[in-house]
Write a protein that binds this ligand. Structure first.
Ligand SMILES: NC(=O)c1ccc[n+]([C@@H]2O[C@H](COP(=O)([O-])OP(=O)(O)OC[C@H]3O[C@@H](n4cnc5c(N)ncnc54)[C@H](OP(=O)(O)O)[C@@H]3O)[C@@H](O)[C@H]2O)c1
Length: 273
């Protein structure tokens, strides 16, 4: 989507973290932005800040809702479209990640993570599609992850949901490209956000060892990389050198990456006995 000026863009999970910075970057490009999140107070506080970055005659509004609840999210999307004159793009960013050992993790976490990350993306996109397809040029974005490119130790409840959104994006792109729908997948690496800060407190030590060599990006950096790739119409937008390397290496030799990760895990375990 080359020109974002005047476009109506929905950002799920836009009240803090990566989603909020994407919303801010889109506002700076002249878009109207409609963010969705569950906590109304945090959403309102975020909108107050975001409005300062809106261009003249452009708007930022927040709508409370859970992307994993179809009756709720379909109504919210309908409301956004009817109140604001349609929808040009949707950024499926809302997501949760709760790392733990597979052996220990409760099935409820798997269900909740899948409902938010995968079904939340399906529901939001399904609800918005009739509005998106009214335009000759529209777009849908799925926020995957480095952990969606490769199953990662400690992320058994998360990696598959992010691989699923990538696969969903490929299927939708094949089906709807001819109708003018741009499909983009964003894969951020470890990024400083409230979600990431919470994750650091609970994740297994092996996860720390695996991510040690990779850097930590800011949400603003990811938003900038995203907007640049999105405007060029790219399918894959990958943030950070390590994630790009993982994408390439795993494509060539997934067993080599397994071997390399296995060595890091083994070393970490040796050091902690
Ligand atoms: N940070 C990283 O290191 C990293 C790396 C790779 C990929 N990602 C992906 O990037 C996205 C954003 O991550 P983040 O780190 O910015 O997360 P975050 O700091 O935890 O922010 C998550 C946002 O999503 C909203 N949200 C969560 N569950 C929701 C639901 N069911 N319905 C609607 N909104 C919901 C939150 O607001 P409420 O809680 O009020 O609903 C908040 O606005 C996620 O999809 C994540 O998987 C993050």
């Amino acid at each position: 989507m080359k020109d974002l000026n005047g476009k109506n863009v929905v950002v799920t999970g836009g009240s803090y973290g990566i989603g909020e910075e994407i919303a801010r970057a889109l506002l700076k490009e002249g878009a109207n932005v409609f963010t969705i999140a569950r906590n109304k107070e945090k959403l309102d506080a975020s909108i107050e800040g975001l409005q300062k970055d809106a261009r003249a005659n452009r708007t930022a509004k927040g709508y409370a809702g859970d992307v994993g609840d179809w009756p709720v999210i379909s109504k919210v999307i309908e409301q956004i479209a009817s109140e604001n004159g349609g929808i040009d793009a949707v950024i499926n960013n809302a997501g949760i990640y709760i790392p733990d050992y597979f052996e220990k993790q409760d099935v409820e976490v798997f269900e909740r993570t899948d409902r938010t990350n995968y079904l939340g993306s399906v529901f939001t996109t399904k609800a918005a599609l009739p509005y998106l397809l009214k335009n000759k040029k529209s777009a849908v974005v799925f926020v995957s992850s480095a952990a969606g490119l490769k199953g990662i130790f400690g992320y058994a409840s998360y990696s598959p949901t992010k691989a699923a959104v990538l696969s969903l994006a490929e299927a939708i792109s094949q089906e709807l490209k001819d109708k003018g729908l741009q499909v983009t997948v964003l894969c951020p690496p470890d990024t400083e956000t409230p979600g990431h800060a919470a994750e650091l407190k609970i994740r297994p030590k092996e996860c720390d060892a695996l991510s040690e060599s990779a850097g930590l990006m800011t949400s603003a950096e990811i938003a900038e990389i995203f907007v640049a790739g999105f405007k060029k119409g790219k399918f894959m937008v990958i943030g950070g050198f390590d994630t790009k390397l993982l994408y390439r290496l795993n494509g060539i030799s997934p067993r080599f990456v397994d071997y390399y990760f296995g060595r890091i895990v083994a070393k970490c375990r040796r050091q902690s006995v």
